[in-house]
Design a binder for this molecule. Structure first.
Ligand code: DAH
Length: 341
């Protein structure tokens, strides 16, 4: 009896790691299966003479643990071999999810605005972020000592007063008019810079979209209609308000407000409790500006507008703080994955 067990132990020890799963499995069933050798031997335990019981028991345990060890190491060896067989590893493994990026909310809104104006014949134009005095101020009817220059805190590049970071995209109007004859229909999205204190509502870097329409007989009614079309397309409602205002480059001028509502605490904070949010300015292009770029102001008239993209994005996405746009917090940016356009 004891000899038989010893023979089995020897057999287990001699078992060379098989090359196929089936062989290992066969070996496992033979010894460890329900009707396998070990179970049979354990059943025989009660028939063993009392004096031999201890040694028999020890041998059985030895056989069992050696068999288990062999089976495990054979399986492991086979698995690691499987990996090296294919450069792709386990082809049945589920694929890893692709980590999709997302567009920045400012890009999403910019693209939507551009698309809305494209539909009514506006083409996109761009200009430099580092501007000269002429395009940013003088040509726009803001001569050197004009008090309206105080409206814009300007970042100058080094000490050269003729090299500055543009304070508005209206500079692109000037560049476009210098290079094109009417009729002109253009929209100019871009980044602008102002030396302003950073808060929930203002930042020193932000984005504007400038619009310009020059043709014969363009009226303020055309401007209003275009703004209402825009508000309707972008927000689904055309509740806008034009407040008389002043810009040196337009006459008459107005500020464009959109009705945001007053339902949440955020609404109160953002709109300072009025429910209205200013999205930009507009007006009829001042004849002086047309003259500055050699467009006949007796023959042509036009309207212009400039919107803040952040303001619009805050409205659309209910974002309560402008600083989110510039902090690059992935948890914020990831929320715009649905708007991949
Ligand atoms: N440039 C103005 C600003 O930065 C916005 C603006 C107002 C643009 C009226 C225009 C306009 O084209 O007609 O605040």
């Amino acid at each position: 009896m004891l000899e038989r067990v010893k023979k089995y132990i020897a057999e287990v020890e001699e078992f060379v790691e098989a090359k196929e799963h089936a062989k290992v499995e066969e070996f496992r069933i033979k010894f460890l299966g329900k009707k396998g050798i070990l179970n049979d031997l354990f059943k025989e335990f009660k028939n063993v003479e009392v004096s031999a019981k201890k040694e028999f028991g020890q041998l059985l345990n030895e056989l069992k643990s050696k068999t288990e060890e062999k089976v495990n190491s054979a399986k492991e060896a086979l698995e690691s071999k499987d990996d090296s067989k294919s450069i792709f590893g386990d082809l049945t493994r589920p694929a890893q999810a692709l980590d999709l990026g997302s567009r920045h909310p400012i890009s999403i809104v910019r693209n939507r605005i551009v698309e809305i104006f494209n539909r009514i014949g506006f083409t996109v134009s761009e200009g430099p972020e580092i501007e000269d005095d002429w395009h940013n101020f003088t040509a726009l009817n803001l001569p050197e000592y004009h008090p309206a220059r105080d409206m814009q805190d300007t970042f100058f590049v080094q000490t050269n007063p003729d090299e500055l970071l543009r304070t508005h995209t209206s500079s692109v109007q000037v560049r476009f008019m210098e290079g094109h004859e009417p009729p002109i229909r253009t929209i100019s999205p871009g980044r602008v810079f102002r030396n302003e204190a950073i808060s929930a509502r203002a930042h020193c870097i932000f984005h504007q979209v400038e619009g310009l329409y020059i043709d014969e007989n363009v009226s303020f009614a055309d401007l209003k209609q275009t703004l209402m079309y825009f508000a309707k397309e972008l927000f689904g409602k055309s509740k806008i308000r034009l407040r008389p205002s002043y810009f040196p480059f337009t006459e008459p001028s107005a500020e464009v407000d959109i009705y945001w509502g007053l339902e949440t605490e955020t609404d109160y904070r953002i709109t300072k409790g009025t429910g209205w949010l200013e999205i930009g300015g507009c007006g009829m292009v001042d004849p002086n500006v047309l003259d500055n770029v050699n467009i006949d102001s007796k023959k042509y008239s036009g309207y212009a507008f400039g919107f803040g993209v952040e303001r619009i994005a805050m409205l659309l996405y209910q974002i309560g703080d402008i600083r989110h746009f510039f902090e690059n917090d992935v948890r914020f940016l990831e929320q715009f994955k649905a708007d991949l356009k």
